[in-house]
Design a binder for this molecule. Structure first.
Ligand SMILES: *Cc1c(COP(=O)(O)O)cnc(C)c1O
Length: 369
């Protein structure tokens, strides 16, 4: 004890003087929300930065997920993963859709694409995978299955800001991808999110849906919701783009140091970089195998806590274990063996751009002894 608390993430903020300059512009214009100048600029610059066609900004990632399902008029059953943040499944529930959980592969924690076909029924309309920790789901196989069975694919890409596969944005796979810009994510607008889509017509529908369905002053074309991002957050987001590359580089250094220092510690597993992937280092999960390590995952989690280090057990418990979903047939743990084991082994260690190398060593020293 006596050491200052280290949390799992610590938001990077834009330069305050520059943000005040933006605020002055907003104060002068009195345009504070509804597709103002900053909003329009942020959508364009974000699309360019990410290497995607169209971005629609949202007030948060959850409303973006809910609206993405509305955009494609998804109904019936949707195949998804229990190994995610609860919002993934909640978005289905809020659309009156039945989630169908499929197990994960045990290496990266993404949905096991080889088990998707067996879960398809006549009611299945879409697949909702997650790029867990920013490692791409099996996008080629998933898109191929969707093609064969006539299903839509929406990727929950809340962890995958800036991730590329063979030089191409991971957000360009599937029909839609959904981002979150929550304070805890790699790229934040305090709260915020976005839907990435491929064509203008789709963007138009998304933009109607996030603004009550208004096409113009008197025409409401769909039962929309209010999920708009305001001008202050758009201005803040524009400034965040200036430092994101530098911050990703710093995160990489943190991840590299963790790997170097934890290498060879029996019973502590971690993920290595994949050669074809440009990673964003959004999380640093370790997996505790208590048959080989000196204590259980929870014992290590609480030992870290006692030392003022606040890792998080993302994702434990599984979504399929929460009361709202555990009654579903697909929530049966016997069919979710990899997800259950991974949820019982994981601790996400602190990672953020200004985590110092001394702090990383403080954390690894506790894990190693
Ligand atoms: C953070 C997160 C969300 C929700 O995003 P918010 O912006 O917090 O609403 C959804 N899915 C996953 C996987 C997330 O990590």
């Amino acid at each position: 004890m006596g050491n200052k608390p280290i949390l799992v993430s610590r938001p990077s903020l834009p330069n305050l003087d520059e943000f005040v300059e933006s605020l002055k512009t907003i104060w002068d214009s009195r345009w504070i929300t509804n597709n103002g100048d900053f909003h329009q600029r942020f959508e364009k610059e974000l699309a360019a930065h990410l290497g995607v066609n169209y971005v629609s900004l949202f007030s948060n990632g959850t409303l973006a997920l809910i609206s993405a399902l509305q955009t494609l008029r998804i109904t019936g059953e949707v195949i998804t993963t229990p190994y995610s943040f609860v919002a993934t499944t909640h978005a289905l529930h809020w659309n009156g859709i039945k989630p169908v959980f499929v197990d994960i592969e045990s290496k990266f924690g993404n949905i096991d694409s080889s088990k998707i076909e067996a879960a398809i029924t006549p009611k299945t309309t879409a697949i909702l995978p997650v790029h867990v920790y920013g490692n791409p789901a099996d996008v080629e196989k998933i898109d191929e299955i969707a093609d064969i069975y006539g299903l839509k694919v929406i990727y929950d890409a809340a962890h995958a800001f800036g991730v590329k596969k063979d030089g191409q944005s991971i957000l360009n796979f599937g029909d839609l991808s959904v981002l979150s810009f929550h304070a805890t994510k790699t790229f934040n607008t305090i709260e915020g999110g976005a839907i990435v889509c491929q064509n203008k017509k789709m963007k138009k529908r998304i933009d109607y849906l996030k603004n009550f369905g208004f096409a113009n002053e008197t025409t409401v074309v769909a039962p929309g919701i209010n999920a708009k991002m305001n001008e202050l957050q758009a201005a803040y987001g524009l400034l965040q783009l200036k430092s994101i590359d530098e911050h990703t580089e710093r995160r990489k250094q943190v991840a590299d140091q963790y790997r170097k220092e934890l290498q060879g510690t029996a019973g502590i597993g971690f993920l290595n970089d994949i050669e074809t992937i440009e990673h964003n280092y959004s999380y640093f999960p370790i997996f505790v195998d208590d048959a080989l390590y000196s204590m259980t995952r929870d014992e290590l989690y609480f030992k870290l806590k006692d030392n003022n280090i606040f890792g998080r057990r993302y994702f434990y418990p599984l979504i399929s274990e929460f009361p709202s979903y555990r009654g579903l047939e697909s929530a049966n743990p016997n069919h979710l063996k990899n997800a259950t084991r991974t949820a019982n082994q994981v601790i996400c260690l602190p990672i953020y751009p200004d985590l110092t190398s001394t702090e990383v060593s403080r954390i690894t020293d506790i894990i190693k002894c």
